[in-house]
Each structure stands twice: as structure tokens, then as C-alpha cells.
Design a binder for this molecule. Sequence first.
Ligand SMILES: Nc1ncnc2c1ncn2[C@@H]1O[C@H](COP(=O)(O)OP(=O)(O)OP(=O)(O)O)[C@@H](O)[C@H]1O
Ligand SMILES: [Mg+2]
Length: 308
Amino acid sequence: MIEIRRIKKAFGKTEAVRGVTLTVSKGEFFGLLGPNGAGKTTTINILSTLLKPDAGTVRIGGYDVQREAAQCKQLIGVVPQELALYDDLSAMENLIFWGRLYNIKRADAAERSLEMLRLFELDHRRNSLLKTFSGGMKRRVNIAAAMIHRPEILLMDEPTVGVDPQSRHQIYQILAQFSAQGITIIYTTHQMDEVEKLCSRIGIIDHGKLIACGTLDELRAFSGDSQLIVVTFENIQPDKLEMLKKKFSQSVKIADDRLSFKTENVAADLPPLISLCTELGLIIRHVAIERANLETIFLSLTGRKLRE
Ligand SMILES: Nc1ncnc2c1ncn2[C@@H]1O[C@H](COP(=O)(O)OP(=O)(O)OP(=O)(O)O)[C@@H](O)[C@H]1O
Ligand SMILES: [Mg+2]
């Protein structure tokens, strides 16, 4: 359904996307997980025909996003990271406006808008101006707007930012419903719990590259399916951390004041590590042993925490 081949995009010297290749099949709920600045929005903007890649190709439903943009646009609904709504129009008027952009007849657009507002439980506020809506309500209207022309594909860029837990839960339920109806969804976020809960397949993007891709179980296996020892130090001494890195037999990742490494045997690996730290005069603040989840998979792949 969506075939991305080696796309690249730079803004001046910033290489936002550095050769991403990915195929998403019909009906898949695909999560694109990555920290701030990873290249998620740039990727979504290329898929939604808004941005021309410097290299590479994207095909959506067999159509080329650059040469056949109009056909692609009919197939996709886009929920942008920034709200694309008019504050001085009512919820209903906003949705009808979007419907009209897709050449839907006014009466049909009105009918569909009401249907969407019912789905998102906002029909009782249909005639209120958008500026009187809460952040969570606006986000729901934003998603409704993306679905007004009944697209087969939904591209969502961090759609739950600023949404309260209750609305968030409602959005998840509606997305699960869309997914069950066979709609293909690409969902970007930097929140691991969202992709763990919603997505059938996950891609981890960092510094413009897809560094891992698969189901949660596949990603666990990919990162060794092991445990992770994470040590935080009281005194950050880069030279000593480097010495520790050289002397310790396991391959460790060091970022800021944190050291992490994968292990199959905590009991065997932890004591020599602690002795070595003491020897080097590094004061340990905290030691954690974590089972592989998306957070630890990310940490073991990049040496960094996802939320930083
Ligand atoms: N129009 C632009 N001009 C210059 N640099 C840009 C532009 N758009 C994005 N960038 C840069 O490209 C990189 C990737 O940005 P992008 O918005 O794709 O990341 P993101 O993963 O969506 O991040 P976030 O989680 O903060 O939304 C960043 O370094 C960003 O500063
Ligand atoms: Mg973004």
C-alpha cells in the first residue's frame, strides 16, 4: 500500500531524513517512533505530498507521490502535528470546509461531518466556535477532518499531543475501529506506550534513519531479548567513563552520566562492573535492571533515552 524507497531530505546542512526504506501493507497499523528531531514530520510530509524528497521514491496505492500527487491525496487523510483548523468557524463548519476541499457536495459534506462529530462524541458542540474547544476536543476535530473524504490511509503526526487521558483513550478506541475496518494507519509519536498499545508493527527512527523495524517481539529479539543494566553516576567524569569503557569486557554504551549494556547474565556481569567503577572512583547513583521494552530497545540501539 505504501512503498518508501531510500528517501532523503535535507534542510540546508540538516539532514532530516537520511535514506529511509519502508513498506507498509494494507490494513497495517504502523507506528513510527522517534525522539524530537528524528525526522518523523519530514517523513510524513513527504508521504502526504507536501514536501518533495531530495532523493528516493514513494508510492501510495501504486501511485507515485510526486508524479501522481492528486491520486495519492484522494487515498490519504493527514492529521498534521500542528492543528489545521479555523478558530473562528464552528466544528461543523470546519469539517464541511475540509469536505469541500475534497470536492464533496455540500449536503454530503454536512452529513459526513455530523457523522464524524458523533463518532468523536462532539456532536452536541457542533455549532460552537472552535476557539471555545479544549485542546483535546480540537485534536479530535483535527482527526475527524482528516477522515472526511473516507481515505484508505491515515497519516497521523503525533495526534495526541496536549490531549487529556480520557480523550486520548477515546481516540485510541476510534483508531482501533478504523484499523479493524481495514484502514492503513501510520502513526508517529515519541511515546512508547502508544505504539506498544496500538501498533501491529513499529519502526524506530533516529537522526533520519530507520534503525529498527518489526513487531514488538521482533524488536525484542533484534535487540538481543536480554536484560539491560543501566547505571547512573553521581559524578560525571568523561575520561573515567571512557577508561571504564575500555577496561570492561562487555560492550557498553555511555551517554552523559549514564552507562548501559545488554546482558544475558546479570549475576555474573554486575559485580565486576561495580568493582571497576569503585576502582576508578566513579560514584554510582542508581543501578537499574530492565527487561526489553521499547524504551530499553531504544536505549540499547542508540545509547540514549527516548525522551531526552
Ligand atoms: N523546514 C525546515 N527547515 C529547517 N530545518 C528543518 C525543517 N523541518 C525540519 N527541520 C529539521 O530537520 C530535523 C527533523 O525534523 P522533523 O520535524 O522531521 O523531526 P520530528 O521527528 O518530527 O521531531 P518532533 O518530535 O520534534 O516533531 C530537525 O533537525 C529539524 O530541526
Ligand atoms: Mg514532528
